[in-house]
Design a protein around this ligand. Structure first.
Ligand code: ATP
Ligand code: MG
Length: 293
């Protein structure tokens, strides 16, 4: 039987999240085997564990059917030309979110984008950086680096950097501040555009449907609370991204109802405090393990 081949980063920020997602989609792998290749025990799926930069080309060339990669890497490879133009995003995966940002020394003359004219910028993303600045009429010299880009200004290799940022702690530790967001990224599932091979397409569809459920449920919560009947409209208005809730009677109470709702957005403490202010009591927020909408 033909097996679906998925490329996943072997080690790094995308490997744990990628493997975790696939396991939550029901795939089971035997541990302690070949490091480059993992065979699912319960479905016709094989994983290729590789460097993330290679994933777009592996999928484009047909060596793998799908790949899990940062959108930043996909975009960079596509700007480099070649067969990666034939790739498309099959599903946004909602993890490994980060931003590609232009950053400059805190102590320095460069304040905004216009000050970058004619300057040297160190980056691992020459394609995205150049394209972004070109559309804004700014001409720069790109200094390509594979890693540790944040040290470039201190070593006088470049005047500014364009690098991935999640918390901003690395920038701060290196005396840099961000002046512009160039690209927003998250992990994405990629494949070749067009008709998929029929032997593997059915298994890919099943996995993607499950993945959508896993992603949706990780962002979704089940809220239960007791609400005074006369405050029900105000309480419903506070529920973030809720479908029509279930309203049930509370034994022995005419003035209070129980409300259950699926909330498709993050539920913050502020929301719970606002609900409490409106008279909601016994508020419970529960994680949802699986969901087929
Ligand atoms: P490899 O050896 O596989 O090439 P790498 O060093 O290029 O690994 P990682 O640092 O593991 O890769 O990052 C992989 C992806 O994780 C990035 O391309 C990006 O999409 C995402 N990511 C999320 N947050 C960050 C961050 N703070 N810094 C860098 N990448 C991040
Ligand atoms: Mg890499």
């Amino acid at each position: 039987m033909t097996r679906l081949r998925i490329a996943v980063q072997s080690k790094g920020r995308l490997s744990e999240g990628g493997m975790d997602l696939l396991k939550r989609c029901g795939l089971r792998f035997a541990y302690g085997r070949d490091k480059l290749h993992q065979r699912a025990e319960n479905m016709p799926v094989d994983l290729m564990l590789v460097r993330d930069d290679d994933i777009p080309n592996f999928v484009a060339s047909g060596a793998c059917d799908y790949g899990i990669v940062g959108e930043n890497v996909l975009r960079e490879e596509q700007l480099a030309g070649g067969r990666t133009a034939e790739l498309e995003i099959a599903l946004r995966l909602g993890f490994a979110t980060c931003r590609l940002k232009l950053a400059v020394p805190v102590e320095g003359e460069i304040r905004d984008l216009a000050d970058l004219q004619g300057k040297a910028i160190a980056t691992s993303y020459p394609g995205i950086t150049r394209a972004y600045l070109a559309t804004r009429g700014i001409d720069v010299e790109i200094v390509e680096m594979r890693g540790s880009v944040e040290v470039a200004p201190r070593l006088h290799i470049a005047d500014a950097i364009c690098d991935l940022v999640s918390s901003g702690a690395t920038l701060q530790a290196n005396g840099l501040k961000a002046i512009e967001t160039v690209f927003e990224s998250e992990a994405v599932l990629i494949r070749r555009k067009g008709v998929q091979a029929p032997e593997t397409d059915s298994i890919a569809r099943i996995l993607m449907r499950r993945a959508e459920g896993v992603i949706a449920s990780s962002q979704t919560k089940y809220i239960m609370l007791n609400a005074p009947k006369d405050r029900l409209d105000a309480i419903r208005a506070l529920l973030p991204g809720a479908d029509a809730p279930t309203i049930a009677q509370v034994a022995g109470r005419d003035d209070v109802v129980a409300l259950h709702a699926v909330c498709r957005e993050r539920v913050f403490w502020e929301t719970l405090e606002a609900l409490e202010k409106e008279g909601a009591r016994a508020i419970l927020v529960l994680p949802i393990e699986k969901m087929l909408a």
